[in-house]
Structure formats: C-alpha cells, structure tokens
Design a protein around this ligand. Structure first.
Ligand code: AHR
Length: 681
C-alpha cells in the first residue's frame, strides 16, 4: 500500500493541534482503513514450542519430585544417598531379573541390622519442595527376599532431618509389586528429601520410586506443575509444538525421541538420555535424562487442557546433522513411517482401532483431533528431502486430511533454505514450511517486511522457532522483545501466508539451562515470563480476525549494518551480501476483532526515542469514546524480568479517552502498544 495515499486534511489538522506538546518527538501518522478489510488472520498464528531443553520437562513442567526415580542414569545412584541410622547394610545397583526390559536397573538394600532405619534418600531436582498440610502421592515398585519380615517406611524429611510425614509399606514378597500411598506433609520445606527405610533385616529391591504433589494441574495423576501450565494457559496458544526441537533428532539415532516409548505405565516407559546433556557453547548437564513421564498422551492432554491444537514433530530417519549425522537408509524407513501412521491412529483413530484402543485405555476414548504433523525437526539438504518424500507419499496416501510441516533448515536466506524453497517451487509437495530465525534484534526489524512481497502460490509458512538474540549474553531484554514485536506485526499482516509462529525455547530452569533466551524462567517454587513472553501474550490475546490496511507516514530510519557473522545461520553464509534496510518510523499491524466489534492496532517502536503519533481511523461508522490500551515498555531497553521483579517489564493497561476518528497517542521509546477501540463496520 502506498503510504502517502491516506494523507488527509483531518490528519494534518489534527497534527497541527497536537504537536505543540510533543514537539520534541518525531511525529508519525498511522492511517487505518477500516472500510477495506483484507485477508483473515490465521487463527493458528500464535502458538508455543515445547522442548525438553533447560530442564523444561523432567525437573520442570513434569511434576515428579524424585530425580532418577528408576536408577537409569549412567551414574545409577545420582541424586540418591545411603541413609544409615545406627544400622548395618549395603546399597547396590542390580540388574538381574529386573522389573521389565525397559527398566533394567534397580537398587538393592541388603540389611544386616536396620538400627533406627537403613535405606536410601532422594534429594529431588536440587531439593524437594513440600508445603504444610498438602498431600504427596508416593509410589514404588518393591520386592524382598524371604528373610525380610518387616515394613518399609517412605518418609518426607526436611533439610534438618525432621520428619514431615510417612507412609508404611507392608506385604513385600519375592514378586515385584506396586505400592502407593499418600503422605501429608506437616511442614513446609524447599530442600526436603524422600527417605525409604527398611525396618528389618533382609534384602529389599526398589524401583520407580516416585513422589508427586497431589496439587498438580487439574489434580491429574502423573501430572504437571500447575503454576507452569498456568503460564502457558495465559498465553492463549493456538497450538503446541512438541516434543522439540533437537531432542526429536537425537545426537544419534539411538538417542532419537520415540513416541511409543512414552505412553502407558511410567514403569514401562523407556528412559533416554537428553541430547541437551551436551549443550551448545554453554554449561553441560551430564545428569540430564528423559524419564518420558511427560509423554505423548500427556502432551495431547495438555494441548486439550490449554485449548491448543497439537503439533507433534517426529523423527524422519535422521539424527542431528550437526552431530552424528546418522541416516536411516531410504529402504529401511518403513518403521519410522509406521510410527507416524500409528501416531495419527493413536490421536484420531476410533477406540476400536489398535492404537485408538491404546488411547482409550489411557482414559481418553475421544480423539485428540490431530490436524498437523511435522516430518523431521530442523533438517536440511538432499538427505532430508529424499526421506521427506517417502513420508509425504505414505502419509498423504492414508491421511490426506493431515497437514504436514516440512523443514526449511536451521535458518533463512542461506543455501539450505534456498534448496528447500527450490524444491517446494519445483514439485516437492509441502503444506506448511517450518522456518527458524535466531538472530540479533536488528535482524527482526529489517525482516518485518520479508513476507510482504512473497508469492502466495506455494506452501504456507510456519515461523516455527524464533527469538531475538540480544548481544553475546543473549539477554531476555525489552530490546529483544520489541524487535520480536516489530517482526510479528509483519506476521500478522501476512498471516494469509505465515499461518503459524512460535518463540523458542519455551522454558528454562534457573541454574540448569543450556540455551538462552527463553520465554519462561522457573525454579522449584517460582516462575516469571520474560518481556518476550508478554509480547507473545499481547499478540495472542488481541489477535484480530481480519487484517485492516494501515499506513505509516514518518521519516524512515537507517541503522548501521549488523556484523556479517550475526546474520549467518550457525556459520552458514547468507546467500546474498547483507545490506541493512531502511526501517519504518514505527512497525504496525491492524485488524478487526469481529466478535468484540473492535479495531485492534499494534504499534512497535523499537527506537531510543518516543514517537508522537496521530492515529486516523477511516471508514468506521462510529468510534467509541475511549480505547483500551496495553503498553509494554520500561525505563531501559536492557531491562528484563527476574524472580525478584517478575513483572518489571509487563503490560500496563489503561483506558484512553478518544475525541473522534483522529486522535493522538505517543508511543514510548522501546515499546509495544496495543490499542483496542469499539467501532462499527
Ligand atoms: O530451540 C532450541 C533449538 O534450536 C531446537 O532444539 C532446535 O530445533 C534449534 O536448533
């Protein structure tokens, strides 16, 4: 749209009236053409990307309080210690006659003299948090030899050893049995431990020692941390992509994510080490494992709970192309393709189908309404497309109703990305193409218009992983968030083409992270959203149904060029020499929320100065006398949030009086403003 098209007498008059008190600020005029609604805004535009990175699942969203519950870490007694209260005995790790083949190790207490108690203690993920008068659900698989005639005591103790609650296990024999009971905690502690003690001489074997708070999200068994799910719910995500990310690929094929290992009884799930043990250029995490307790059934259930469409991503016969680069030969892909077909049946098949019956047996006879599926994570090159074609043909033959998400590689504007788009434009079928952008804030500003001129003939686009990386520390700053906001205005304007988007990664645990920035930070008791979280929340909560044309009149801005290395993808050179783009005076998108009967305007001002604005709303029959305004800003672009000040950078809401269809509004330095105004069409 030609921005000069809307210069108007009313606008100029309004400018002359209001600029006097804002003379120090640059002036920008925004003209919304409410009479010319454009395309629909994709209802799937804003979603979330979940990966078990930064202890996002085990030790995070998954509410299990015991770390290494099945003794399957390579260091089998990691997070465990021996407890000997004036007794005598040994604690060993055994593997003869295990609980099952997926769970080959267990711990053995060989007790000569129990004294006041002999056994083991688990210290959780940096301490077990318990709250006074709350219930904790304990369970264990156990057996004993004939000599053991006593009981086991499962006890919660605070950091000083003070007992907080206990459950007694009786009836052990030579067979593995499951025992479970409730422990009510008499006190609160942030570094409690779970102690399992034998009270008699003899031999006792223990496995899958588990403790959950009763108060999980929706009080579900094997559940999720309620405060973290609430953070997701508040984002109103249209979809959730899971389970990653690189963990889908694995470091090598043996390490890849297999969804079938993640459903059913937690004691039967096959654990995996986490690919993020070996972080990229950050702290390593040698004890990072996946219990898969948060598995595919739980992911689907979570999606349903938070109103998000499920978007699973499956391995396509390729391990990480940066690491082992292992490939499954094309003629051996059948089991991988079958996994994908079975997943569709697990999600959508009738309860009478084999995999639908598995879902029903887990308590969900109704389908999960799966509509999209990713083939491979962040793959690239001929190796990928050879495998993708096999999946594509098989999946479309049986399930043409399922939209496939296809990778465009780890970044945009490089050779991998170009090859992908050459394929899509020359016969390789694709529904939705997944593009990733981890770039400096300025890149997001310069690319806010990247989809304006893209042809609409080809596949749709999923901005599947993005985050502005602010400086070497990759700070979760306001600056980064507002750059993302500027970029997202471009996604809204082009949401006939870019139908989905998600920031990545989603979660990070303080002191246990491998990747920054992230959307949500937590520890064992607290959680906060970064400024980027609030950008996501503002766009998602205010998503209009249909775009409205909006033009920006104001001086363009030129920034010095970015260093060449920062516009490359993990070292892959860009296709064309990088040239900085002139930027608009502010970044805008507008739309109409038909259900609310409101015009919605998003304005991102990423610059160091405020912008005095005049907003002219054309083509609306009647305009309300006040607007609801949300503003995300802070005193300093470096500002972010923290456990101590979790909402230092969070939207502030206000009601703004409106005199008529032309009105003034200042957009603070480094800010996102969302304005909602009741109007008639
Ligand atoms: O979001 C972190 C990682 O970035 C993802 O696992 C991967 O897909 C991308 O490289």
């Amino acid at each position: 749209m030609n921005p000069t098209k809307f210069a108007s007498v009313a606008g100029l008059l309004a400018m002359s009236v209001i600029t006097s008190d804002l003379a120090a600020d640059p002036v920008v005029r925004l003209i919304i053409d409410a009479a010319s609604p454009g395309h629909a805004v994709s209802p799937m535009l804003h979603g979330v990307f979940f990966e078990d990175i930064n202890y996002g699942a085990d030790g995070g969203l998954y509410a299990e309080l015991v770390q290494n519950r099945s003794f399957e870490h390579a260091e089998h007694l990691y997070a465990w210690g021996t407890v000997n209260r004036e007794g005598e005995g040994t604690v060993t790790v055994e593997s003869a006659d295990p609980l099952n083949s997926n769970n080959p190790h267990y711990v053995r207490l060989a007790v000569q003299n129990p004294g006041k108690g002999f056994g083991v203690a688990n210290y959780g993920f940096g301490g077990i948090v318990v709250r006074a008068d709350e219930n904790y659900l304990f369970s264990v698989r156990a057996r004993s030899d004939a000599a053991f005639k006593g009981a086991l005591r499962a006890r919660l103790e605070d950091e000083t050893g003070r007992p907080l609650g206990e459950y007694t296990i009786e009836g052990l024999n030579g067979q593995w049995q499951k025992f479970e009971g409730v422990i009510k905690s008499s006190g609160s502690a942030t570094h409690a431990r779970l102690v399992v003690l034998a009270t008699a001489p003899g031999r006792v074997d223990l496995d899958v020692v588990s403790l959950f708070p009763e108060n999980t999200w929706k009080q579900r068994r094997n559940g999720l941390r309620a405060d973290l799910v609430q953070m997701l719910t508040d984002l109103h995500p249209a979809f959730m992509r899971f389970p990653g990310g690189c963990i889908v690929e694995g470091m090598d094929l043996a390490n890849r994510y297999r969804w079938k290992d993640t459903i059913g009884d937690i004691a039967e799930r096959k654990q995996n080490w986490n690919r993020w043990q070996d972080a990229i250029g950050n702290q390593t995490a040698p004890q990072y494992y996946q219990t898969c307790g948060l598995g595919f059934f739980e992911y689907f259930q979570l999606c349903e709970d938070i109103g998000a469409a499920p978007l699973p991503i499956l391995n396509c016969g390729m391990a990480c192309q940066y690491e082992s680069k292992q490939l499954v030969p094309i003629d051996q892909l059948d089991p991988f393709v079958q996994d994908a077909l079975d997943l569709i049946e697990f999600a959508n098949g009738p309860a009478t189908s084999p995999w639908g019956a598995r879902r029903a047996a887990l308590g969900h006879p109704q389908p999960f309404n799966l509509k999209s599926l990713g083939v491979g994570n962040e793959q690239w090159g001929e190796d990928y497309f050879a495998r993708y074609r096999v999946f594509q043909a098989a999946l479309k033959a049986e399930h043409p109703e399922i939209q496939l998400v296809t990778s465009a590689g780890p970044g945009v504007d490089d050779g991998f990305w170009k090859l992908a788009w050459d394929k899509f434009r020359s016969g390789t079928p694709a529904d939705i193409v997944d593009e990733h952008y981890y770039r400096p804030p300025q890149w997001f500003l310069e690319n806010a218009t990247r989809y304006d001129a893209q042809d609409r003939e080809g596949p749709r686009i999923f901005a599947g992983e993005f985050a502005a990386h602010d400086g070497g520390q990759r700070r979760a700053s306001l600056r980064a968030a507002i750059a993302e906001a500027a970029f997202i205005t471009g996604l809204v304007r082009n949401s006939d083409l870019v139908v989905m988007s998600s920031y990545a990664p989603l979660f990070a645990k303080a002191g246990a992270s491998q990747w920054a920035p992230d959307l949500i930070w937590f520890d064992n008791t607290r959680v906060y959203g970064t400024p980027s979280y609030y950008v996501q929340e503002l766009f998602s909560r205010n998503r209009p149904d249909v775009v409205l044309p909006v033009s920006v009149e104001g001086a363009a801005v030129s920034l010095p060029p970015l260093p060449a290395a920062s516009v490359a993808t993990y070292g892959a050179p860009p296709l064309v020499p990088y040239a900085p783009q002139p930027l608009p005076a502010v970044f805008v998108a507008a739309g109409r929320d038909r259900r609310a009967g409101e015009t919605v305007l998003f304005v991102a001002n990423p610059y160091a100065e405020a912008r005095a604005g005049i907003i002219e709303l054309r083509g609306a029959a009647r305009v309300a006398t006040e607007a609801r305004v949300s503003v995300l800003t802070s005193a300093n672009p470096d500002d972010g949030n923290s456990f101590e000040a979790p909402t230092k950078v969070a939207p502030r809401e206000e009601l703004m009086p409106i005199a008529g269809p032309v009105f003034a509004r200042t957009f603070p330095a480094c800010s996102l403003t969302v304005l909602r105004l009741k109007t008639t069409e």
